[in-house]
Design a protein around this ligand. Structure first.
Ligand code: ZN
Length: 265
């Protein structure tokens, strides 16, 4: 056997050994912690999915949509038509797409990732986001997750938006750049605030560091977040990216709040 052949055989053997070990660890973990649906917590076949019953409870957002706000129309008004809400208050971003409407099931899934450390749900959520935002991703240059302030990141140990963007990078090939946008001051949690307070809370809270401006200049950016409620956070992030010279900013979220009137979200 040549050296090359011996090396290849060794690598193949090591690869198979690692795969077997990973399979054994997975089986052992499944015995200790059987995979469960992150929404209803009933047992399911494998990690990372949801049960068929909960799947039917997700409210997928489908076309026809307002191109700017991503909100569904009750009927198809034809290409290029935007909603009256977008006409009344044109957004700073170009387009938003959400995979699902924010309801009980969507909220449970988001909370499973964010607060219950069920990271297996991130790939499923990212796949649904990539499907909803396929058109936006087709010519995008960068995925930019909404950043957490450093203390919040330290508390939570991970940024759920960065985790989603990481999975979307694997699926789409568009690189995720979680360090290009910074949250430069702490902000109050948006839950419980009305639109005016939310906007004030996040105004000037985001920035692209001077030494990274060139990496954003003239780029088509896609901002990634788990939920969009009033759009105040996305607006503040988009404003910072456009100020840094981005050519275009689109937004893809997992769940879109279609009637953001309540303060409980
Ligand atoms: Zn379920």
């Amino acid at each position: 056997m040549s050296n090359l052949g011996a090396g290849s055989a060794f690598r193949a053997g090591a690869h198979n050994w690692r795969r077997s070990l990973r399979g054994a660890v997975e089986q052992f973990t499944n015995i200790l912690l059987p995979p469960m649906c992150p929404i209803c917590r009933e047992p399911i076949g494998s990690n990372g999915g949801i049960c068929t019953v909960c799947w039917t409870t997700l409210s997928f957002i489908e076309e026809p949509l307002c191109d700017h706000l991503g909100t569904p129309f009750a009927y198809d008004p034809g290409p290029g038509i935007v909603s009256s809400a977008a006409l009344a208050r044109p957004p700073v971003w170009a387009r938003v797409r959400g995979a699902v409407s924010f309801d009980h099931s969507a909220r449970t899934l988001v909370h499973a990732l964010k607060y219950r450390d069920q990271h297996n749900t991130a790939k499923l959520m990212a796949d649904l986001m990539a499907r909803a935002g396929a058109k936006l991703l087709s010519d995008a240059n960068l995925l930019i997750p909404v950043p957490l302030y450093r203390f919040r990141l330290w508390q939570r140990r991970f940024n759920q938006s960065a985790r989603l963007a990481q999975h979307m990078q694997s699926g789409s090939g568009v690189p995720s750049q979680p360090h290009l946008l910074s949250r430069i001051r702490p902000t109050q949690a948006q839950v419980g605030l009305d639109l005016a307070s939310r906007k004030k809370n996040v105004r000037n809270a985001f920035s692209v560091p001077d030494d990274l401006l060139l990496q954003v200049a003239d780029k088509k950016c896609v901002l990634i977040d788990d939920v969009m409620t009033t759009g105040a956070t996305a607006e503040a992030c988009t404003t910072a990216l456009l100020k840094a010279g981005a050519a275009r900013v689109d937004v893809i979220v997992f769940a879109l709040v279609l009637n953001p009137t309540g303060r409980h979200i």
